[in-house]
Design a binder for this molecule. Structure first.
Ligand code: PLP
Length: 438
């Protein structure tokens, strides 16, 4: 039995002064208790009680190079020694912007920002300014950050039944305190449903500024777009003067150097990236068509942020891009190979233990769920998973020294090795045995 006593004491202490006890609401859900970290290196996290874990949570995605990567840290430290941020211009901004336009196929130009949430806010603002329209179509099960303008809770199955093209008023707010007015501009649709998309876009074309989508539904089941679905979305949005935004905050630099749109050979009008881009340092970007960015060039659209483009952020992003792309076929091949090995190993273990489950994997990311279905291709099916059983699984995996998110999403990094995968599969085997026993 692992002891988490010091983490528990620290959480109680934190709650005296830090609202919620954790710095981001989601982190509070970890069982048996949110962990406090002593240090982390490579793929290993050590908590304050002295427990060690192989990390597949990777700080919710940014740590594509693992923890405390020496080459990355050296570049960032070098930049810090020259001053962290100036509120003035410097070469790092130009270098990073140029590099991003090289790796992201859809980006003629970019804008630098601080988080995925901010990047999405800007992409929506640009879309409204560019089209002169106000509504935004988004999809069930996707997540685009926590700003009032786009944050919704995941709808209940009943609510989804009622979702129609005119469902703008039934968009469930993501939190108490959110402005209801901002959600009046949001139309919430089921994803991977080309007919409903087409009828909604045609019916409301005169008022829809943007369609925003995760190109792979990583936030809910790592569900792939059905063949032709994103292409249909591209065709319709182009025809109807609607800006197509791919939110690649998870898939960016992860599914390929050019993200999902690079991998799928698609060209959205705008792309938002963050997470992996900074390797753990706060930085995000919006990339896309130069006609849209002319609105910023001409100062019709404002984009602000005290720390935008700071030297630490730009050096971090440049280091990540260099380390990922200097031998990209090998780097991406290895990460994906490990993900495939884990995903297929888990599927075999489901069989061995007589359990029903699905693993949806693409590149170095996958979603594992306990569910009585053979495939999960839509959000309403995903909602049938046994989330409580998975949360128990995640808790038991901690006991085995493996850190996974309680919601089922796993990330691989460039520093996971074959040995980690093998010991993780052995741990899953033992945990499945415990789950089926009791
Ligand atoms: N978009 C997507 C697809 C995300 O998954 C997230 C975060 O998980 C965001 C936007 C928001 O990014 P951030 O947490 O950096 O604000």
């Amino acid at each position: 039995m692992k002891i988490y006593e010091k983490s528990r004491v620290k959480l109680a202490d934190a709650k005296q002064v830090l609202a919620g006890g954790v710095a981001s609401t989601l982190r509070g859900s970890m069982k048996p208790t949110p962990l406090y970290v002593e240090s982390a290196s490579g793929v290993i996290v050590k908590d304050v009680d002295g427990n060690e874990y192989i990390d597949y949570q990777l700080a919710y995605g940014p740590l594509i190079l693992g923890h405390a990567h020496t080459g990355f840290n050296a570049k960032v430290s070098e930049a810090m020694a020259k001053g962290i941020t100036y509120g003035l211009q410097h070469d790092g901004e130009i270098e990073l912007a140029r590099r991003l336009t090289e790796v992201l196929p859809c980006a003629d130009k970019v804008v630098l920002s601080g988080s995925g949430t901010e990047a999405v806010m800007l992409a929506l603002r640009l879309s409204r300014a560019y089209t002169g329209k106000s509504k935004v179509v988004r999809f069930h099960g996707h997540y685009h950050g926590w700003s009032d303008s786009i944050f919704t809770s995941f709808p209940s199955p009943d609510m989804m039944q009622k979702a129609t093209s005119a469902a703008a008023n039934s968009v469930p707010p993501g939190t108490k305190g959110q402005s209801e007015l901002s959600l009046q501009d949001v139309i919430l649709l089921p994803w991977n449903d080309p007919e409903q998309l087409e009828s909604t876009l045609r019916e409301h074309a005169g008022s829809i500024a943007a369609v925003i989508t995760e190109p792979v539904m990583c936030n809910s089941g790592c569900i792939l777009p059905e063949p032709g679905y994103l292409e249909k979305m591209r065709e319709l949005t182009r025809e109807l003067n609607i800006v197509l935004i791919f939110d690649e905050v998870i898939t960016g630099f992860r599914l390929s150097p050019g993200g999902a749109h690079g991998r799928f050979g698609m060209t959205p009008d705008l792309v938002t990236v963050g997470k992996a881009l900074g390797g753990g340092i706060a930085v995000s970007a919006v990339g896309g068509r130069k006609e849209i960015f002319e609105l910023i060039d001409s100062e019709q659209v404002s984009h602000l942020g005290t720390l935008n483009g700071n030297g630490v952020a730009t050096s971090a992003a440049l280091a990540v891009l260099e380390l990922l792309t200097q031998n990209d076929a090998a780097v991406y091949g290895t990460m994906e190979g490990h993900a495939v090995q884990l995903a297929s190993g888990i599927r075999s273990l489901f069989g061995k233990h007589g359990m029903r489950g699905v693993v949806n994997q693409i590149g170095p990311v996958f979603h594992m769920m306990f569910i009585d279905e053979d495939v999960v291709t839509h959000f309403d099916t995903f909602q049938k998973r046994n989330a409580a059983r998975y949360a128990k699984f995640a808790e038991l995996m901690l006991e085995e020294g493996v850190l996974v998110r309680p919601n089922g999403l796993w990330y691989l990094s460039t520093v996971h090795e074959a040995g980690h995968i093998e010991s993780t599969l052995a741990a899953i085997d033992r945990v499945f045995a415990r789950l089926t026993e009791g």
